[in-house]
Write a protein that binds this ligand. Structure first.
Ligand SMILES: [Zn+2]
Length: 328
């Protein structure tokens, strides 16, 4: 039987002791309920719920809410108990997890230490790779003759074209402006070789194993040279007067390989890029290792707190179960 009897609830004691658990109120209500049900038995008709205007205002708002909720929950009382128990179980599991993790963290063998070891290993590999990069053997080099670069010609049409002669071989580069007009262009036009065979620039005496690398270097360096000519033309700067083939494949002072017309070395640029990415990875792993160490420390530090929380929860659950027993 579920009678809304809170109108008759004696609230004279409620609120005097702020720590009074809610289940005592339920107990009081229960007593009222049984009194009412015996009254019902005597008269044969159930008493209508009393919501007297005199009784309700004496109830503090938070108590009104509690009792209101209680009367609403009445038909699902068992469901509520089960829900409450399930909530306690979830809470217990979460604290149990914290305790286990905290306990693990205090042991010499633990997941954090294991991960820290793995990260240390990975960091060692990165150190080795960085060392290998810095100790790389000198790059290959073969000097080119100081053959003059002559007959530099600039032509302006729809795009700009440059051409020049090296050792009687003509080379030409041109801009392609298929989709972008100069003046309101949205992107760099393509500037590419249109005439010339690089093979003609590789000296006959070049060691066979260096022919291909030199050809590749000259292909790039020639494009750099042609681009410089184009930019000078656009900026109305004078053309180089004493450029030679040797200037297209100078010696890189850092790695001993070939540098291009502007003195830049591809091997060094690539090495720097590799070193940079290794250093980024190194920083990331160092941070990750520090996080693991911090997490382990934090977990161990929280162990006594987790144990205290568990004791509190167990006490709360025991009180709850006791209150249920007292109700029945
Ligand atoms: Zn270099």
């Amino acid at each position: 039987m579920c009678i809304d009897g809170y109108g008759k609830l004696d609230t004279s004691n409620v609120g005097k002791d702020a720590s009074m658990p809610w289940f005592n109120i339920r107990k009081q209500n229960k007593e009222k309920e049984s009194q009412e049900s015996s009254a019902t038995e005597k008269t044969g008709t159930p008493k209508p719920p009393v919501r007297s205007a005199e009784a309700t205002p004496t109830l503090p708002p938070h108590m009104q809410r509690l009792v209101g909720e209680r009367s609403k929950a009445c038909p699902q009382r068992h469901a509520s108990v089960e829900e409450r128990r399930a909530a306690y179980d979830r809470k217990r599991l979460a604290i149990q997890y914290d305790i286990e993790q905290g306990y693990l963290a205090t042991k010499p063998e633990n997941p954090w230490t294991h991960r820290i070891e793995l990260l240390t290993e990975a960091l060692g590999t990165i150190e080795d790779d960085l060392k290998a990069e810095s100790e790389a053997p000198p790059a290959s080099f073969y000097p080119l003759p100081p053959t003059p670069i002559s007959d530099i010609t600039i032509e302006r049409g729809r795009g700009i074209a440059v051409s020049f002669t090296i050792d009687d071989h003509r080379f030409a580069f041109a801009e392609t402006l298929d989709w972008a007009e100069r003046g309101h262009r949205v992107s760099q036009p393509e500037f590419r070789a249109t005439v010339g065979d690089i093979e003609n620039l590789v000296p006959a005496e070049t060691p066979p194993q260096l022919r291909e690398p030199l050809k590749q270097h000259l292909t790039d360096s020639l494009a750099v040279f042609a681009t410089d000519l184009r930019d000078r033309a656009l900026d109305k700067e004078p053309m180089p007067t004493s450029a030679t083939l040797a200037d297209l494949a100078g010696l890189c002072k850092v790695c001993g390989g070939w540098a291009d017309w502007r003195g830049r070395c591809d091997a060094c640029t690539n090495r720097k890029a590799r070193e940079q990415s290794l250093r980024l990875e190194q920083t990331r792993l160092l941070r990750e290792r520090a996080n693991e160490s911090e997490e382990r420390h934090r977990r161990a530090e929280r162990l006594p707190i987790a144990r205290r929380r568990m004791a509190d929860l167990e006490a709360e659950i025991a009180a709850f179960e006791r209150s249920l027993r007292e109700e029945t």
